[in-house]
Design a protein around this ligand. Structure first.
Ligand code: F0G
Length: 430
């Protein structure tokens, strides 16, 4: 058995925490916490083979793309029940047009939208709700721009827990709200921004005996980090040059960085890809901090972007993400809503759909290649974080009149009328 404990990430503190409590912040200095392990010794070659072998297994624990790599997240205690919806095992697909448009680069997509609730959050949620269940938790809570809440609602339902979620009023997509309601969660619409909803949730949580599952919860990060093992396995353990992710609360970039670091320490990879974070221009506090050389993050008070998933002005995990960029030699970029829209359209031409926040990655690559910061023909994996159907209002809103007239016909239910309309639309002479 490996041993797991929580430790403060602050250099000046770094203290381990009371193992009986799942804290969200260091009990001594208030710093961010992470899960630390003393990993059991293992032979990388044998481990890879065992993980590969489990793909043939029918056991739920092996069918999950998170728990298949359980040696990387050894925090389970004997008798713990795993709360899984068969998350992970998402596709890695090549692109042609999008890679050409963004570079030319070798652009591959890791599509996390193919998860049970349609986003990458499910990887973290299986780990976090499993942990909560092992602690006897009855009530879980989160603040969210929509995906965390949908995911939490599903996993809480499966674990038989009450789910309470705080979302900014009228700021999340209808599909995400519908998911949470469908899974039976209690939805509290409060404040105008994610940051406000999150602040209120953190203040009230102790009174309600709520176990919080936002990405400040280090066990969320543990589940999310397994994406790198799965991605590398799909690439026959050849690391790409860059892994690009959208940045909101900066949990995902933190998780990917931690995952890479541990894989290197465990001898599973030699080269570490650079992690690139892309933010929306109207919600870019991390970009501003990193490019100005400041040591502290200044929140963006009124974050503004149509990519609602990443409309966040005060990302909780910025210190972890900053370390990840340092460890991996990565960087941060930001892109406008127009650039996101264009990138999403290019991905669609490759038959790849995603929600707007996810497309920011490809927009960011294009900008970085044009600026000479990413070389031509670089080997790049963009993580598409959410499914296309998460935000259909966005798609419908952005359709131009000419697209509508070319693509959408309203025809009388009459064969002659149909023929005529189709002849025109398909360009067949009448
Ligand atoms: N992409 C999507 C689709 C998201 O839903 C989020 C975050 C991100 C990217 C950014 O990831 O926060 O780890 O940097 N959504 C959170 C939520 C905040 O509440 O669903 P991050």
């Amino acid at each position: 058995m490996s041993t797991a404990y929580l430790q403060c990430i602050e250099e000046r503190c770094g203290r381990p925490q009371d193992p009986k409590k799942d804290l969200q912040a260091c009990a001594f200095c208030g710093g961010l916490l992470e899960v630390k392990y003393e990993f059991e010794e293992f032979n990388p070659e044998e481990m890879r083979r065992a993980w590969h072998q489990r793909r043939l297994s029918g056991e739920p624990i092996d069918r999950s793309g998170v728990w298949r790599f359980r040696e990387l997240i050894p925090f389970l205690e004997p008798g713990d029940r795993i709360i899984s919806l068969s998350e992970g095992s998402t596709p890695l697909v090549g692109t042609r047009r999008a890679g050409w448009w963004a570079g030319p680069v070798h652009l591959t997509i890791k599509h996390q939208g193919n998860n049970p609730t349609g986003s990458f959050k499910d990887l973290g949620m299986t780990a976090c709700i499993t942990r909560a269940a092992s602690r006897g938790v009855r009530r879980v809570g989160c603040a969210s721009t929509g995906n965390t809440s949908a995911s939490m609602a599903a996993y809480a339902a499966r674990a038989g827990m009450k789910a309470l979620l705080f979302v900014p009023y009228r700021q999340i997509s209808a599909a995400k709200l519908a998911q949470a309601l469908d899974y039976g969660a209690l939805v509290v619409e409060v404040g105008d921004t994610f940051d406000e909803a999150f602040r209120l949730l953190r203040e009230i949580a102790p009174e309600l005996d709520l176990y919080l599952v936002n990405s400040l919860n280090p066990f969320r990060i543990e589940g999310q980090k397994t994406i790198v093992a799965e991605m590398l396995e799909q690439r026959a353990w050849r690391p790409p040059d860059y892994i690009v992710v959208p940045g909101g609360n900066l949990g995902n970039s933190s998780a990917i960085g931690k995952g890479l670091r541990e894989l290197k320490e465990l001898g599973l990879i030699e080269k570490v890809p650079r992690v690139v974070v892309v933010q929306a221009a109207g919600a870019n506090p991390f970009y501003q901090m990193m490019t100005s050389g400041a040591n502290e993050l200044t929140p963006v008070e009124r974050p503004d972007t149509q990519a609602t998933a990443i409309r966040i002005g005060h990302p909780a995990n910025w210190k972890k993400a900053q370390r990840v960029l340092e460890w991996t030699g990565g960087f941060v970029e930001c892109v406008t809503d127009e650039e996101i829209f264009e990138a999403k359209a290019m991905l669609a031409e490759d038959g790849v759909g995603c929600e707007p926040a996810s497309a920011s990655t490809v927009a960011g690559v294009r900008k970085l290649v044009r600026a000479g910061r990413i070389p031509w023909h670089a080997d790049i994996v963009c993580v598409l974080t959410g499914n296309q159907l998460k935000d259909t209002e966005y798609i419908m809103r952005h359709r131009s009149e000419s697209q509508e007239s070319r693509q959408r016909l309203r025809v009388e239910p009459d064969l002659d009328a149909l023929r005529k309309a189709l002849d025109v639309a398909l360009g067949v002479p009448a």
